[in-house]
Ligand binder design. Structure first.
Ligand code: FMN
Length: 771
């Protein structure tokens, strides 16, 4: 991220030596089946995210991973971190329970989620077609019909448990239909599903183990019978029919054991996860009433609201992996064979990735980065079905019952490590106020959302300019407030927002006080720019309504360094000012070096002088003052860090000067990219081999690597698309790279292990191998 070689991986609090030990007291106390983790897994692991991102839980016998980047890295590397234990019984069966299971011939084996490579990808590819967006699109109608039938049945009642009345059965029916499984035994499936969940991810007592083993055994036999039935319908259209056909065509890739195990696992996976996520979604939205009201007023907010619910209260809170070799995660050594509990619910609220991560915010522009569907080659295949159902539930309910309230109730959850969602969600409303009683057409309204993740460009909150002032020659200061007068989300020093005005989307660093409810930005008029800053200068006035995305932070301050040197050139002062304020509040040792053409062109001089006396050096060019960067770098204390924002030349010089310093000494942010537009007449086409998926792609001369990856169905985050933000980074295994971004440091370029897929390419069309 934007040169942000932060403290990733190192405990944030070196003083807390005890807490840093992977076997600390807090680690010893961690209980995955009770107490704080069951009440709120993200909150229960806050200490871990802050102090010790990976620890050993003796009670569980697993290494717990709590930070976003670490979880993603574990998901990404499915060779080093095998999925083989994903469906293992987390609480080993008692001998009695084993006997019971044996009696049923229970032989749960590899499915898709717990299969290693290369078999996994081969199998996934063979069975992927049904999940492609075009094939899912046709299912929207059925989901809507089933949802409407359920709502019709309770809309006049005034009180209902949404889970029992809709959120359990609709996903189950949709799943069974998708799989092609006969819908005769819906009632028994609920017991089976709960038994399978507790058996795999729960901590049953010894007596419960036996009862559950009976349910699981029966479920196993039931799955076997369904397969037999389905084998007799060779032309069946469901996904399990397809699986059975592939079993006949390519038994090596889709063996018998897979078909039976998958049948059992998929019945749970395909609906339980959606039911739980939907229940969590209604609870969350009705608790955050403003968000509910916003959706009622503007249904186009629904797709991102669903993603934010999946981030904030998703149904898969933790998953498992096993290290196939000794390694380290987050700076903690992990032995070969270590079992990992990677807690997505915790990663989903990690402040390092999600600004103000604790806050539920349906306008969050990176909500879709949540890890609830997993990540990488094992990412949930049914994610777009879940999204589709959750959107339709929300669209139908907000339209037909906008006055819905959560009833007084105690929420209960099934105790287990991984699946989460309230057992019941009781809601109430006054049927007399149902809008369709006055306007019957409301019952049939219909908002169509295309299958797939929401596009970032569609997500923006409405804001209003509260105040405009001149900060310096050519620089306007703007205070921005929420258009409905609510507080805007919190942010951290170094963060920026994206202002959307008349087709110009431009990023501006936040430079006000981080504890305020409004935002302050400062916009320099770029005379020879692309027109965005000019337009802001032309129209900025009190009361102007705009949209904004963010905040996001690609220039994060490592708050644990021993001392700081902050260097700003020109308008680069904006994030530096926020950092200086933060370091002052923390009582840290810091100095600010601020360079500009003339004092008249330098924003915030008065404020800096008043707030940071004795720490500020000003270099105004027209006074003949120049910052001696070499002397500044030479004066850096051991463990000190430099944060710089300014012209390319200044940052290059700092890179030279810090080349022999420890990694992570220099952090920088660029405000503009190099020219990244592709000129096909000067570019080479090249080939990319993807190690994990075994795919080889052709990247044509007029196509970016990012677009080639996206077109082949590889999920990859991206934001700026011009080599500025670092979100589309991919791991390079082989091949020489022509780096065109402004994110990587020189050392990182020379290492040739990462590249920004939006702009960088192979050298002279040579083949590139990516992880
Ligand atoms: N430009 C500013 O004038 N002030 C800022 O605080 C500021 N912060 C930025 C933060 C980031 C992360 C990035 C990538 C750019 C930032 N910029 C800032 C540059 C603007 O986004 C934009 O490029 C500039 O206003 C020129 O736009 P124009 O060429 O359309 O006129």
């Amino acid at each position: 991220m934007a040169g942000g070689k932060s403290s990733k991986g190192r405990p944030d609090n070196p003083a807390a030596a005890e807490a840093q030990c992977p076997f600390s007291k807090k680690a010893a106390e961690f209980d995955a089946f009770a107490g704080p983790y069951q009440a709120d897994p993200a909150e229960a692991l806050r200490w871990s995210r802050e102090q010790l991102p990976v620890f050993y839980s003796p009670k569980l016998g697993y290494w717990v991973v709590s930070r976003y980047d670490d979880i993603k890295a574990v998901f990404r590397d499915n060779i080093l971190f095998s999925p083989r234990n994903a469906l293992e019984k987390i609480t080993p069966a008692t001998p009695e329970a084993m006997e019971v299971l044996k009696g049923y011939g229970y032989a749960m084996n590899r499915t898709m989620v717990n299969e290693d490579e290369p078999v996994h990808m081969e199998r996934r590819r063979a069975l992927m077609d049904h999940f492609l967006p075009d094939n899912l699109e046709a299912r929207q109608e059925m989901v809507r019909r089933l949802t409407r039938e359920k709502i019709d049945a309770f809309i006049d009642s005034g009180r209902v448990d949404l889970v029992d009345a809709m959120l359990y059965e609709v996903p189950l029916n949709v799943a069974l239909h998708f799989l092609g499984v006969p819908e005769d035994d819906i009632a028994v499936l609920k017991n089976f599903s709960v038994a399978h969940s507790v058996n795999t991810w729960g901590k049953p007592t010894d007596e419960q183990q036996v009862a559950i083993a009976h349910d699981v055994g029966q479920f196993w036999n039931y799955a076997g019978k369904i397969i037999e039935k389905m084998r007799k319908e060779p032309d069946g259209t469901g996904w399990m029919h397809e699986t059975i056909r592939k079993n006949a065509e390519m038994p090596d890739v889709v063996p018998d054991s897979y078909v039976h195990s998958m049948m059992m696992a998929i019945i749970v996976a395909a609906h339980e996860t959606t039911s739980l996520a939907s229940a969590g979604m209604f609870k969350t939205l009705l608790t955050h009433r403003q968000a509910w009201q916003d959706i009622c007023e503007d249904p186009s907010l629904i797709p991102n609201a669903v993603e934010e619910c999946l981030r904030y209260s998703g149904s898969i809170v933790a998953w498992r992996r096993q290290a196939t070799a000794a390694t380290s995660i987050g700076g903690v050594e992990i032995p070969e064979g270590a079992k990992l509990l990677i807690v997505q619910a915790s990663g989903n609220q990690d402040e390092r990735h999600f600004e103000d991560g604790d806050k539920f915010d349906i306008y969050r522009d990176n909500a879709v980065d949540h890890l609830t569907f997993g990540y990488g080659s094992h990412q949930c295949m049914g994610k777009n079905i879940a999204r589709m159902e959750m959107r339709i539930f929300l669209e139908e309910m907000t339209r037909r019952l906008p006055h819905l309230q959560l009833a007084e109730q105690e929420f209960t959850y099934l105790s287990n490590t991984s699946f989460r969602g309230p057992d019941h969600v009781w809601v109430e409303w006054d049927p007399v106020k149902n809008p369709e009683r006055a306007t019957s057409s409301i019952a049939n309204g219909n908002h169509h959302f295309p299958v797939g993740a929401p596009a970032r460009r569609d997500i923006a909150r409405k804001i209003r300019v509260k105040n405009v002032r001149r900060e310096a020659d050519g620089i306007l200061g703007l205070t921005i407030e929420d258009a409905k007068g609510r507080s805007l989300p919190g942010w951290s020093a170094g963060a920026h927002i994206e202002v959307c005005l008349e087709g110009f989307d431009r990023k501006y660093s936040l430079c006000g006080r981080a504890d305020g409810t409004d935002y302050d930005i400062a916009v320099l008029l770029e005379e020879d720019g692309r027109g965005g800053s000019r337009r802001i200068h032309e129209v900025a006035a009190e009361g102007l309504e705009l949209r904004l995305r963010g905040p996001s932070n690609l220039f994060r301050l490592d708050e644990q360094a021993s001392s700081y040197v902050l260097i700003a050139g020109g308008i680069g002062i904006t994030p530096i000012l926020a950092m200086a304020d933060r370091l002052k509040a923390l009582g840290r040792d810091y100095t600010i070096h601020y360079c500009g053409r003339s004092r008249g062109s330098m924003a915030f001089l008065d404020r800096l002088q008043a707030d940071h006396p004795g720490r500020l050096a000003i270099y105004a060019g027209d006074e003949g003052a120049r910052a001696d960067l070499a002397a500044i770098v030479a004066g850096l204390h051991d463990g000190g860090q430099i944060y710089a924002c300014g012209p390319q030349r200044m940052i290059s010089q700092l890179e030279d000067l810090t080349a022999s310093h420890p990694a992570g000494t220099l952090h920088f942010e660029h405000f503009s990219a190099q020219e990244t537009a592709l000129d096909p007449s000067k570019e080479n086409a090249f080939q990319v081999e993807l190690k994990d998926s075994g795919l080889t792609l052709d990247v044509a001369a007029d196509v970016t690597l990012l677009d080639a990856l996206l077109a082949s169905g590889i999920d990859i985050a991206c934001d700026c698309r011009e080599g500025l933000c670092g979100s589309c980074e991919v791991e390079v295994l082989e091949g020489e790279i022509d780096h065109r971004d402004v994110v990587l440091t020189r050392t990182e370029r020379a290492e040739n292990r990462r590249m920004m897929s939006c702009c960088s390419r192979s050298v002279k069309g040579g083949k590139v191998k990516l992880a």
